[in-house]
Design a protein around this ligand. Structure first.
Ligand SMILES: [Zn+2]
Ligand SMILES: [Zn+2]
Length: 96
């Protein structure tokens, strides 16, 4: 696994782009902002395309929680999933 962790030069034109944040791993303010905006655009699209109310997406799933639903069923599913994730991480750490 090779990962380019070399920091971008301050005058690199890729600052403030999704590329800078995602592929180049830059976490400067401009890049983080670009990432945040991209994420917000994505979430907005999800909402606009009706994924939230699609018949194929049931309540009680952590996916549904992720796209913004905060009903009891979805919160439960989300909590159960994050509990499972945390338990898994703990287990992994123990084996190192
Ligand atoms: Zn940057
Ligand atoms: Zn729900």
């Amino acid at each position: 696994m090779t990962r380019n962790t070399e920091p971008l030069a301050p005058d690199d034109p890729r600052h403030g782009t999704i590329n800078g944040y995602g592929n180049l791993g830059c976490r400067c303010d401009a890049c983080r902002e670009a990432h945040r905006e991209n994420h917000m655009r994505y979430m907005k699209k999800v909402r606009e395309t009706g994924s939230l109310s699609g018949p194929d997406v049931n309540h009680g799933t952590s996916y549904r929680y992720d796209v913004g639903c905060r009903c009891e069923e979805c919160r439960d599913a989300h909590n159960a999933k994050s509990r499972a994730t945390k338990a898994r991480l703990r287990k992994q750490r123990r084996f190192r």
